[in-house]
Write a protein that binds this ligand. Structure first.
Ligand code: UGA
Length: 429
């Protein structure tokens, strides 16, 4: 089947490449001509393991194409995916300008019955709103369907190719039949529901996972007082299938471009509707507290102040296997350290730190050993696999003091202690 994807950002590119990989002909459209030129010559604008290979395979097969011309792309295409950005605005609401302009352009370019899929994470009611925008531009028959995306950065190809479910939000039987054909290669439950429920499913899924992390961080704070170990508690509860072992890693809490935005969006929704959402509100508070608690424990090891202390931070990205630093917990942590007067150095295998964007200064080192030089404490903030093999004894020798804070419970405690560190883990006395 011929499909069009509007937007070559993270979701658009991954969805387009994977749909081409399962046999569809996919044309990705973007208004950014430079980006399209780069994609045509094989330059992938994002870091995502495995994506380059899938894109290349699609391009070589002739089934994965790029253009800036939506009208041409839509000729003969029965399905079009909207996968443009929906960033948070300053007040926490969702900026829908890109969705609006994509919908308008689609309406203007439409010449025959089309199923318009909304893949972007959008407020409840958007499917109907997009329908009205397109209706204003065309007299063609069409359906707008909400098919939310559940990809994780760093695992996006695997998540797309082996989904746990595909949610299809529409009342139209015609659209359902076409989409069941589009997704026929994916062996998973196809959950058909109304548009609003599909839109809310996405927010509910992300907020539930965020709440789960918040919960284990809350238990971690108790463990720190009681002398229990949060990793063991997580294992003990996670083996119950009603609870599940995933998303029970205590640490600095969640960041990224999705959880913070989506949990805030639900909070705002509740506030706007006058519906009380105490769990959502507590999740946001708990996330902030997780970072603060790590810093408070560090400060207590330095007799109440870290002013003038050199702190080395391992990891800048919001999680491993991505260069994404949006709302990164590592950066939130560094900001608190700076506010407390520490001299902060950081290292990340891939992610960069931009002082102008983040609003404060951090010194960037070339390696973990480099930032450890004369440091009073070293904090593991993002659990990159490459940190597994660090020579902890060598790191310790470079340092001016002996504190290691493992804010992701990543290192083997025996190795850290053998290297001679005073060692703090999350949720462990
Ligand atoms: C998240 C969801 O997991 C995806 O299903 C969803 O499609 C995506 O948002 C989205 O809405 O687009 P992502 O933001 O890529 O994916 O990252 P996750 O792997 O879910 O991690 C989110 C944050 O939670 C990270 O900061 C991570 O460090 C933190 N986390 C995760 C923990 O602190 N503990 C855990 O046990 C798991």
């Amino acid at each position: 089947m011929k499909l069009v994807v509007v937007g070559t950002g993270y979701v658009g590119l991954v969805s387009g490449a994977c749909l081409a990989d399962v046999g569809h002909t996919v044309i990705c459209v973007d208004v950014d001509a430079l980006k399209i030129e780069k994609l045509k010559s094989g330059v992938i604008p994002i870091f995502e393991p495995g994506l380059e290979e899938v894109v290349q395979r699609g391009v070589e097969s002739g089934r994965f194409l790029f253009t800036t011309n939506l009208k041409e792309a839509m000729e003969g295409a029965q399905v079009i995916l909207i996968a443009v950005g929906t960033p948070s605005t300053e007040d926490g609401s969702v900026n829908m300008a890109y969705v609006e302009s994509a919908a308008r352009d689609i309406g203007r370019a439409m010449t025959e019955y089309t199923v318009v899929i909304d893949k972007s994470t959008v407020p409840v009611g958007t499917t109907e709103w997009v329908h009205s925008i397109i209706r204003h531009e065309t007299s063609c028959d069409f359906d707008v369907v909400s098919v939310p995306e559940f990809l994780r950065e760093g695992h996006a190809i695997q998540d797309f190719m082996k989904p746990h479910r595909i949610v299809i939000g529409t009342h139209s039987t015609k659209a359902i039949n076409i989409l069941l054909e589009v997704f026929s290669a994916f062996q998973c439950p196809k959950v058909i529901m109304d548009e609003r429920s599909a839109e809310l499913t996405k927010y509910a899924a992300n907020s539930f996972l965020a709440m789960k992390i918040g919960f284990i961080n809350e238990i971690a704070s108790l463990c720190e007082r009681l002398g229990a170990d949060v990793d063991q508690v997580a294992k003990g509860i996670g083996l119950d299938p009603r609870i599940g072992a995933d998303f029970l890693r205590a640490g600095l809490g969640w960041g990224g471009s999705c959880f913070p935005k989506d949990v805030r969006a639900l909070k705002n929704l509740g506030d706007g509707l006058g519906v009380s959402l105490p769990i959502i509100n507590a999740s946001l508070d708990m996330n902030t507290m997780s970072r603060q608690r790590v810093v408070d424990r560090l400060v207590s090891l330095f007799d109440g102040t870290i002013e003038g202390k050199k702190i080395a931070v391992l990891g800048i990205a919001f999680k491993p296997n991505t260069d994404d630093t949006r709302e990164s917990a590592a950066i939130a942590l560094m900001q608190i350290l700076k506010e407390k007067g520490a001299d902060v150095y950081a290292y990340d295998p891939i992610a960069e730190f931009h002082s102008a964007y983040h609003g404060f200064d951090v010194k960037i080192g070339e390696s973990p050993y480099h930032i450890a030089q004369d440091a009073h404490a070293i904090i593991l903030a993002t659990e990159w696999h490459e940190f597994t093999d660090l020579d902890l004894t060598r790191i310790k020798q470079f340092m001016a003091d002996d504190v290691m804070v493992d804010a992701r419970n990543f290192f083997d405690p025996v190795r850290v202690k053998e290297a001679g560190f005073r060692y703090l883990r999350v949720g462990n006395k």
